[in-house]
Write a protein of this length. Structure first.
Length: 141
């Protein structure tokens, strides 16, 4: 059950991101005097790294809060998004996973970023995959 473990490891970053989001909304509501919707909008735009510029903190404390939001919130959000992508990749059909691995191996071979033991493993894997395809009886009903 590796997917369940991945979900558990994402729980804490998602909770941290939610806490950052709520604190940011409250912070900009109190410090900048924005209503909750504007504060939520600014937080969302900042976390999404869009930065429309229609809302900007005017006070020094608000600008410091924006800096903290950018560095903590954006990095946490990107961490969560990246790991959600990795989790999604693990749920892909095994046939597609094998093909993705072959593509990764070919990329490593093309860039020369592979040592001799990895090269042997890659060749063995490609040979095994070709043999598996022949033995699956494509063409039979």
């Amino acid at each position: 059950m590796p997917v369940v473990n991945e979900i558990k490891t994402l729980t804490i970053p998602i909770v941290i991101l939610a806490i950052i989001y709520v604190i940011s909304i409250l912070f900009f509501h109190l410090v900048e005097g924005w209503n909750f919707l504007d504060a939520a909008y600014y937080t969302s735009v900042t976390l999404a790294t869009v930065g429309y510029g229609d809302f900007t903190p005017k006070s020094d404390l608000g600008k410091l809060g924006a800096l903290v939001l950018i560095f903590t919130g954006v990095s946490t959000a990107l961490y969560v998004i990246t790991h959600l992508g990795l989790l999604r990749e693990k749920t892909i059909d095994p046939h597609i996973q094998r093909r993705l691995q072959v593509l990764r191996n070919l990329t490593a071979l093309q860039t020369g970023d592979v040592d001799s033991s990895q090269l042997k493993r890659i060749k063995d894997k490609i040979s095994k995959d070709k043999g598996d395809e022949r033995n699956q009886g494509f063409g039979r009903l």
